[in-house]
Design a protein around this ligand. Sequence first.
Ligand code: FES
Length: 133
Amino acid sequence: MTPDRRQFFTTAGLAALAVGTGALTGCGGDSSSGQGGATLTVPASTIPVGGGRILDNANFVVTQPEAGVFKAFNKMCTHQGCPVSDIVGADVHCRCHGSRFSIVDGAVTQGPATKPLRAAKAVLEGTDVIVSA
Ligand code: FES
């Protein structure tokens, strides 16, 4: 490898690292209206007990199956990748083909999906839920 090519790849690697670092630190505060970064802060009061909320501008569904217990999932349906559309009762629905998933653990409650929603982390800190992939 010539020095020019080596320098290019080193520079490209640093640029990729910078982008990744920005994604990790770029989302703070009430980011329920922010882009889908690595960490989001969502006011706990906006997540209904026995239901949940599909974040508009982030890749997560945040649920509260019982008071004070928060769960988060990637909002992309595991069937063919549509974003889930609604939360009705204890199920997260995908309108594309009718799959449903439990708000408790993301398990499939109705196909055609066969795999659960991908779990994310949800941690209650004070009055906020901190959500991360
Ligand atoms: S993509 Fe969700 S049911 Fe098909």
